[in-house]
Design a binder for this molecule. Structure first.
Ligand SMILES: Nc1nc2c(ncn2[C@@H]2O[C@H](COP(=O)(O)OP(=O)(O)O)[C@@H](O)[C@H]2O)c(=O)[nH]1
Ligand SMILES: [Mg+2]
Length: 444
């Protein structure tokens, strides 16, 4: 997502930031290029115009031209405008009631937009947050839809409500909600049917369901790959049914990003989540600031750190801190760290989140392969060796290299690297200030 636009923006910003002084013409040229980049990314024309005009207005104000670092000042303006375009500095949360009553989330959108997948991901997410969730199979059009949701519900460990043979989605939704109230379930997620195209019947159906159950959240599920048409469809749903927020799916796909950049502005409702893959965990809250930095090639460090933290649970962190303190951090621990890292995702996902990395850092630079190699070397060691790295002499190194399909040089490098990490960590733990930072980072 955003590949084209990011590389263009990075180029524009680079040109300007190299200049000690910028003229009005420089600004106009840059804004023209931005306009082109946005149009190429399939952003709605009206949205582009508004963006470009307000950027130009602000940038031509004396503030930029006269400032000490005009390039930076300009970048800041573009960044701020981008954040504004995506919904402002506040991230939109789900507006659900307290856990002592039942909240209802209604999902709607075209067929294939990702409603059922999103229902499943939301169920998983809310369950993790401590809510009790029920999924409702209210897509009664596609014969396989109910089974699909049942399979997903099982994966998430969440009950799925169905009425076999029932053809009226309103009846199913109403029955589901009263069952949830009876069972003291606090969150009901209703998965509805979609059509290939917008039609009267679909709208009427969703409208009736919404009127019957009064959802707390009516989320429009939009497929980022459909570009402009997603925006038009969203508008229609907003007018006919009313939406409280958007889930933008397939954010991981190779699209230009026009829908993502236009939706908020055209529909006037916040994007609340993005779908970033097909798995249950691949649903992230939408943070305008983070996405804006990603688009401008400034990376998304916050998401990266959060991802790292997710993979690094607190107990593990405490265990690790103790080991470092006692100087008993061994190769087995090191291996666990490497494995945690590789859980963070594929190289291209990580690169996208590192500032300035896109286009400058290759997958090789990330050394994921190197870490993978290191992991296989450690796995070829005996337990005694892992716990006592100092005893690993030449003949052991030879054996380990052979066992892991690497070379003695690789084994040497790993051991050196490990020793370095150990030293570094020791330094951290003996320096009170660094220690506090470390603890804070891992929520300890
Ligand atoms: N890559 C990717 N695929 C997705 C995402 N969300 C849904 N899909 C896929 O899109 C297809 C349609 O999804 P589904 O939930 O059945 O759509 P529905 O018809 O709206 O219920 C399925 O193959 C999903 O796996 C996403 O965020 N990323
Ligand atoms: Mg479905």
């Amino acid at each position: 997502m955003f590949d084209g636009i990011t590389s263009k923006f990075t180029g524009i910003m680079r040109t300007l930031s190299g200049k000690g002084k910028i003229s009005e013409k420089n600004v106009r040229d840059a804004v023209d290029e931005i306009k082109e980049a946005l149009l190429d990314a399939d952003v709605n024309l009206r949205v582009v115009r508004r963006f470009v005009n307000s950027t130009l207005d602000e940038a031509l104000g004396e503030k930029v031209l006269a400032s000490v670092n005009p390039g930076q000042q300009f970048t800041k303006i573009v960044y701020d405008k981008m954040v504004e375009l995506l919904g402002g500095t506040e991230s939109a949360n789900l507006l659900l009631k307290g856990r002592d009553t039942t909240s209802i989330i209604l999902l709607m959108g075209l067929q294939g937009s990702g409603k059922t997948t999103a229902a499943h991901k939301l169920a998983h997410r809310l369950k993790k947050e401590g809510r009790s969730v029920m999924l409702v199979a209210d897509d009664l059009v596609r014969p396989a839809a109910i089974t699909q949701l049942q399979v997903l519900g099982e994966k998430a460990g969440v009950p799925v409500f169905t009425i076999p043979g029932e053809k009226d989605p309103v009846k199913v939704a109403e029955a589901a909600v009263s069952k949830a109230r009876h069972d003291l379930i606090d969150t009901v997620i209703i998965d509805t049917s979609g059509r290939m195209h917008l039609d009267e019947a679909l709208m009427n159906e969703i409208q009736s369901v919404a009127r019957a159950v009064h959802p707390d959240e009516t989320l429009f599920v939009a497929d980022a790959m459909t570009g402009q048409s997603a925006v038009d469809i969203a508008k229609e749903f907003e007018e006919k049914v009313g939406i409280s927020g958007v889930i933008l799916t397939k954010f991981d796909s190779d699209t230009r990003g026009g829908a993502a950049l236009s939706l908020r502005s055209v529909v006037g409702k916040p994007i609340k989540f993005i779908g970033t893959g097909e798995k249950m965990e691949d649903l992230e809250q939408f943070h305008p600031e983070r996405i804006a930095s990603r688009i401008l090639g400034m990376g998304d460090v916050v998401s990266l750190v959060e991802k790292a933290q997710e993979q690094f649970d607190q107990k593990q962190a405490e265990k690790l801190a103790k080991k470092i303190e006692k100087n008993t951090f061994d190769l087995q621990d090191y291996l666990e760290q490497i494995e945690n890292m590789s859980k963070m995702g594929t190289a291209d996902k990580i690169i996208e989140m590192i500032p300035g990395a896109k286009g400058n850092v290759s997958e090789e630079d990330l050394r994921l392969d190197e870490f993978r190699k290191q992991a296989s070397i450690i796995r070829s060691m005996t337990r005694f060796e892992k716990e006592n790295y100092k005893i690993i002499g030449p003949s052991r190194r030879k054996r380990i290299a052979k066992g892991s399909g690497t070379s003695v040089a690789d084994v040497n490098r790993l051991l050196k690297q490990f020793e370095k990490s150990r030293l570094m960590m020791k330094k951290v733990m003996t320096n009170k200030k660094l220690q506090a930072a470390f603890m804070k980072q891992f929520g300890m």
